[in-house]
Design a protein around this ligand. Structure first.
Ligand code: PLP
Length: 348
């Protein structure tokens, strides 16, 4: 247990004092009544009513899927919404800061900069790992949130429990673990620890393994107190009914997601083997996600060659310890073959 963590002293005062917008549907969520409270059009179009601000039906289904109580779940317009809300709830502009790993996902820094919060970047070592003292030495009383992405984007590795647990014990702010790629990992992740850890927030998403990046649906799991703060600050109707209703159907298709994940993991292995055989490839980093970080002898030539053949990959060569690296998403078996064959043409 973290003896130095008290949520109320971490939250911005104006957020603690905030009286949230009280929406009509917050007070009444039944459907059988004469609803003359929200200035909606009364004629049934299927979508004339405002959505449930707390998405209770969808949360009850996600609660079963994830084995997390409904009151520990926040749903957002992508997990990016949760990242943005956390920064706004905890970081006083011009005073507080977040900590991110370098390299990692870019949205943590962008959200912090918009809030005019500081960003301290913890330099990962050549294995894209860090240790407790390096991280703790970069914190002070103005450190509000540490964002850990695990499996990490763009590096593909996971953070070890041997670092995460001591960090949760010692750091008196929030530790946000972004598990966008958790479904692809063979390591367990940190959701089972949620209820024992008051300063832990876990982010997951429907955008990757679930194949639903277009519906914009992200999840945050945290203590009831943190979830209450997120609900207080979010837009009243942050999820629309098209997304909510679609996602309710989706939760009945877990096996399809499982089958995609199996295929993508096998394809990740196949791609790793095929790319490792190429002369221009000097390293394929091990990955627990649905992408590979690949180092080339001449990454710019490969990037342009692929682009000229209408194959788009991500240049990550300017990121720390990613010299010469491209990030390649695992595609369908056909797409992966096209990719490998295309690189083979210049791999002579
Ligand atoms: C793709 C990705 C997300 C997903 O964000 P959404 O807003 O849910 O689509 C979150 N975190 C990381 C690290 C990602 O790579």
């Amino acid at each position: 247990m973290n003896a130095r963590f008290t949520l109320s002293s971490l939250v911005r005062d104006n957020i603690l004092d905030l009286v949230p917008y009280s929406s009509a549907r917050m007070e009444y969520s039944g459907t059988q009544a004469v609803l003359l409270d929200a200035n909606e059009n009364p004629f049934d179009t299927g979508y004339n009513r405002y959505p449930d601000p707390l998405q209770r039906k969808l949360k009850s289904l996600i609660s079963v899927l994830k084995a997390v109580p409904e009151n520990n779940i926040f749903l957002g317009n992508g997990s990016d919404e949760a990242i943005d809300l956390l920064v706004r709830i905890f970081c006083n502009p011009g005073k507080d800061h977040i900590l991110t790993m370098d390299p990692s996902y870019g949205m943590y820094e962008v959200c912090a900069r918009i809030q005019d919060a500081g960003v301290r970047k913890i330099p990962l070592d050549r294995n894209f790992a860090s240790d407790l003292s390096t991280i703790m030495n970069m914190t002070d009383e103005r450190s509000k949130i540490i964002f850990l992405c695990s499996p990490n984007n763009p590096t593909g590795n996971v953070f070890s429990p041997a670092i995460v647990y001591p960090l949760l014990d010692k750091f008196p702010g929030l530790v946000v673990i972004d598990e966008a790629y958790q479904d692809f990992s063979s390591f367990p992740g940190f959701l089972p620890d949620l209820l024992q850890r008051p300063n832990l927030v876990i982010l997951q998403t429907f955008s990757k393994a679930w194949g639903q990046a277009g519906i914009r649906l992200g999840m945050a799991f945290a203590s009831e107190e943190i979830i209450t703060l997120l609900n207080k600050v979010k837009y009243p109707y942050n999820l629309n009914n098209l997304t909510i209703q679609y996602a309710v159907q989706l939760t009945g298709h877990v096996e399809e997601k499982g089958a995609w994940v199996d295929t993508i993991r096998k394809q990740r292995q196949w791609l790793t083997e095929q790319l490792s055989l190429l002369r221009m490839v000097t390293k394929v980093f091990p990955s627990e996600a649905n992408f590979l970080l690949v180092r080339f002898t001449d990454h710019a030539r490969v990037f342009e060659w692929l682009r000229d053949h209408k194959i788009i990959v991500r240049d990550r060569s300017t990121s720390r310890h990613c010299e010469g690296c491209l990030r390649i998403t695992v595609g369908t078996p056909e797409e992966n073959k096209i990719l490998v064959n295309c690189i083979k043409e210049i791999d002579k």
